[in-house]
Design a protein around this ligand. Structure first.
Ligand code: SAH
Length: 246
């Protein structure tokens, strides 16, 4: 165990603990995550089929070792496990992990959920995973670059890491905070802090500093009013990156 202070913002964790019971309510606070999840899976599947030897395009992750960092209630972890991956899901929220464990039992998928930081997990299991996913988590930690470094340590050489987060733009303030939190109340007020949003250039810079090469980026467009969602070329609000470990 490291003597460094944990890269965890307890206030952020508390927000997710409070609403964890809603995690699998398709109409609740996590509705946007449920709606964009198929797009994330599509992006991840496409890149795995293209980049990882022996995986065809039939969406099968059979026997691959994957870790979902900041997995919450397990929306993405379950999708990856259903496609055949051996999935570890890590988070620092106790309630989100309890919900994730219970839901996996109900669904009949086997996932190894653990309460541990990415940094501690990287010390325990360096170079272990074929794929690392870290979705909508970096904007909630004190030091996102440290999580990126940990993800880079966790993945095998040549493996893939997927990051998604919110860009620091005026449009992301208008859509993700003003519209989604304050006006339409689709997600709880205070879920996001615009100062913690991350420009793609910044994220790619951190990734490169830690031995990763960004090989693709896509916007995840989500309209909080209509619920319409699609992958597109505009990274101005929500976006997802695919990086390869050199
Ligand atoms: N990745 C999931 C959940 C996103 S919500 C998805 O996209 O479906 C953000 C999650 O990050 C919450 O579950 C929260 O508990 C977790 N989190 C925040 N800070 C963390 C930290 N320092 N270490 C691990 N998990 C963290």
């Amino acid at each position: 165990m490291s003597s460094q202070p944990l890269n965890v913002n307890e206030d952020e964790i508390a927000k997710f603990e409070q609403v964890a019971s809603q995690w699998w309510d398709l109409t609740g606070d996590f509705k946007p995550l449920h709606q964009i999840n198929p797009l994330r899976v599509q992006f991840i599947s496409q890149h795995i089929a293209l980049q990882v030897e022996g995986v065809d395009s039939k969406n099968s992750f059979y026997d691959m070792q994957m870790i979902d960092v900041g997995c919450g209630g397990g929306i993405l972890s379950e999708s990856l496990a259903k496609l055949g991956a051996n999935v570890t899901g890590i988070d620092m929220g106790t309630e989100p992990l309890n919900v994730a464990k219970l839901h996996a039992l109900e669904t009949g998928v086997s996932i190894n959920y653990q309460k541990i930081t990415a940094e501690e997990k990287a010390l325990e299991n360096p170079g272990t995973f074929d794929v690392v996913t870290c979705m909508e988590m970096l904007e909630h930690v004190p030091d996102p670059a440290s999580v990126i470094q940990a993800c880079s340590t966790l993945v095998k050489p040549g493996g893939l890491i997927f990051f998604s987060t919110l860009n620091k733009s005026i449009k992301s303030y208008l859509l993700a905070i003003l519209a989604a939190e304050k006006l339409l109340k689709i997600v709880p007020d205070g879920t996001h802090d615009h100062d913690k949003f991350i420009r793609p250039s910044q994220l790619i810079g951190w990734a490169e500093e830690h031995g990763l090469k960004c090989i693709d980026a896509s916007g995840i467009h989500y309209n909080p009013i209509t619920g319409n969602h699609k992958l597109n070329d505009s990274l101005d609000v929500n976006y997802i990156l695919c990086c390869r470990k050199l």
